[in-house]
Write a protein that binds this ligand. Structure first.
Ligand SMILES: N[C@@H](CCC(=O)N[C@@H](CS)C(=O)NCC(=O)O)C(=O)O
Length: 338
C-alpha cells in the first residue's frame, strides 16, 4: 500500500479493505552485492552503509548477521530514532541522547531528516512505504536493497574474500540444509515473523482470530521441533543457521511487545514454551551478536508509541519484568512445577 496522498502512516491495513487483513507490500529495491567479476555492486570495504532501526525485527536480522560474519569494519550502519511518525522513520538529532551504538543523525547526508529522504533521492515519485533496513551504496548513491531476507544472504558469502578464516568458515546457509531452511522459512515467515503483524494490525475480529490461531499453531510446531533435541543449541542441532537469526528477532520481541500490544496472548514464551525459551536465552545470553544488537528500549517504545491506531495514548507498559529472564531463572509458575 502506498503512503502517498491521503493515506495515514498508520494505515497498514487499507481502510477500504473489508477483510481487515494486513497485507505486507513487496520490497522495491532488489539488487545484489556480488563477488562475480563485473558485478554492478562488488564487495568493497567501506563502500556500503546500512540504515536500520533497533526496533525493527527485519532490520535486526541484518545487524545480527553483520556481526556474526565479522563485517563491522566493512559495512557501516546508522539506526534511526525509535519513533515512527507521520513522515515515517526519522534520524536522531544532535541534541538527543538515544541509546544504542550509531543511533545518530545521517552521517552521509547532512540535510536528511527522515529515512524517506533516502527513498526520494532515488525516485522523487516513490510511492511505497519507507522501510528499514536499507542497504545503501556510498559510491553510486543508490539503494542496493531494502529486503532483509536478501541483504542477509549477501552478507553470508559475498564479502568472504575480505574476511579472516574464522568468519569465512561460518556458513549460515549450508548446502546440506538449504532445502530444509527454505521450507522452514516458508511457514515461519508467513505465520510467525509476519504472523505477529497480521495479528496486531488486523482491523476485524475475524482477521485477528485467524492470524493468532495460525501463529500459535506454528509456535507449537517450533516448540515440538526444539523439544525433540533438548541439548542442541540451535534450531538445526549444532549448526547456527539463518533460521536461528530469523526466528530470534521475532521471539525476543514476543513477551515484551507482541503479547500485549499485538494481542498475541494465548500463551507467552517464558511460561508457555519451555524449549523456545531455552533456545532464545542461549542465543541472547551466550552469543554477543544477538545480545549486543538487541535494544529493548527502542523495541518497546517504538511499537507502543508509534502505533496510534492500536495504542491511542502511547503508554508503554512497564512489564514484563525483566525483558528477558536470566538463563537460570524461571517465572514462579514454572519454578513451582520443577
Ligand atoms: N520485507 C521487508 C519489511 C521491512 C519492514 O516492514 N520494516 C518496517 C519496520 S519493522 C518498516 O520500516 N516500516 C515502516 C512503515 O511501514 O512505514 C524486509 O524484510 O526488509
Amino acid at each position: 500500500m502506498a503512503t502517498g496522498n491521503k493515506a495515514k502512516i498508520t494505515d497498514w491495513v487499507n481502510p477500504n479493505d473489508k477483510s481487515g487483513e494486513f497485507k505486507r507490500q513487496q520490497s522495491v529495491f532488489r539488487s545484489f552485492i556480488s563477488r562475480e567479476p563485473g558485478a554492478e555492486f562488488p564487495p568493497e570495504k567501506g563502500r556500503y552503509h546500512l540504515y536500520v532501526s533497533y526496533a525493527c525485527p527485519w532490520a535486526h536480522r541484518t545487524l545480527i548477521t553483520r556481526k556474526l560474519k565479522g563485517l563491522e569494519d566493512i559495512i557501516s550502519f546508522t539506526s534511526v530514532h525509535w519513533h515512527l511518525g507521520e513522515k515515517g522513520w526519522r534520524f536522531v538529532t544532535p541534541d538527543e541522547d538515544i541509546p544504542g551504538e550509531n543511533a545518530t543523525a545521517d552521517p552521509l547526508h547532512a540535510d536528511f531528516t527522515h529515512l524517506r529522504d533516502i527513498y526520494f533521492s532515488q525516485n522523487p515519485d516513490y510511492e511505497g512505504r519507507f522501510t528499514v533496513p536499507v542497504l545503501f551504496d556510498k559510491k553510486t548513491h543508490r539503494i542496493v536493497s531494502n529486503e532483509s531476507a536478501e541483504i542477509i544472504r549477501m552478507f553470508y558469502y559475498e564479502f568472504d574474500d575480505l574476511l579472516p578464516e574464522q568468519f569465512k568458515n561460518l556458513d549460515l546457509y549450508p548446502p546440506a540444509l538449504r532445502s530444509e531452511i527454505d521450507a522452514t522459512n516458508d511457514w515461519t515467515y508467513n505465520d510467525v515473523n509476519n504472523g505477529v503483524y497480521k495479528s496486531g494490525f488486523a482491523t476485524t475480529q475475524e482477521a485477528y482470530e485467524k492470524a493468532v490461531a495460525t501463529l500459535f499453531s506454528s509456535l507449537d510446531r517450533i516448540e515440538a521441533h526444539l523439544a525433540k533435541n533438548p541439548d542442541a543449541p540451535f534450531f538445526f542441532g549444532s549448526a547456527l543457521t539463518e533460521i536461528d537469526i530469523r526466528l530470534f528477532t521475532t521471539i525476543i520481541r514476543f513477551d515484551p511487545v507482541y503479547v500485549q500490544h499485538f494481542k498475541c496472548n494465548i500463551r507467552d514464551i517464558r511460561s508457555g514454551y519451555p524449549a523456545i525459551h531455552r533456545w532464545v536465552r542461549h542465543l541472547y545470553w551466550d552469543i554477543p551478536a544477538f545480545r549486543d544488537t538487541t535494544d529493548f528500549e527502542h523495541i518497546k517504545k517504538h511499537y507502543t508509541k508509534s502505533h496510534k491506531q492500536i495504542n491511542q495514548f502511547a503508554i508503554t507498559p512497564v512489564g514484563p519484568v525483566p525483558d528477558i529472564l536470566p538463563k537460570d531463572e524461571e517465572v514462579r509458575a514454572v519454578q513451582a512445577k520443577q
